[in-house]
Design a protein. Structure first.
Length: 156
């Protein structure tokens, strides 16, 4: 068995364990895969996520995820992982930013769409030229939420 196959098996095993909520076991596999292929963006991203969940190492986890995004900026799963790292430490605005970027790459990515919905994305102010807190925007926003205007629900 060659080194790439071994690394891929370690990565896939770690990724599956992470999805099952078995973070400590996942971290062991992902750490080994990362040691064997530190330049691999997906491995780096999932390893960063495991570090965030298990060891609460925000700086290292965020750095791993962000460096993987620079390498594979076209992979929506990496944006999802970065968002999960940010959420793990309470940085909701950064998580939403990552999710929006991931959604721009793949608008049909169900996990990203679900996480955005779960986070309770706010729609923009009705009158965009006024601040969100302006009385007219508050009143019109409340009215908009009471009546379902066709097409208004998708305006994120």
């Amino acid at each position: 068995m060659d080194a790439n196959a071994s690394t891929n098996k370690l990565f896939e095993k770690g990724r599956r364990l992470l999805e099952q909520g078995r973070g400590e076991e996942a971290l062991r596999y992902l750490s080994l895969a990362h040691t064997q292929a530190p330049q691999h963006a997906r491995i780096r991203s999932y390893y960063g996520l495991a570090l965030a969940i298990v060891e609460r190492a925000f700086a290292e986890a965020a750095e791993l995820c962000n460096s993987s995004l620079k390498q594979e900026f076209f992979n929506p799963d990496l944006y999802l992982n970065a968002a999960r790292v940010y959420l793990e430490f309470g940085f909701k605005a950064d998580a939403i930013r990552c999710l929006r970027r991931g959604r721009m790459i793949d608008p049909s990515h169900s996990a990203i769409t679900g996480m955005l919905r779960e986070l309770g994305m706010r729609r923009g102010p009705v009158l965009r030229f006024l601040p969100r807190t302006h009385r007219l925007n508050v009143w019109l926003g409340q009215a908009r939420s009471r009546i379902r205007v066709p097409g208004a629900a998708s305006a994120h």
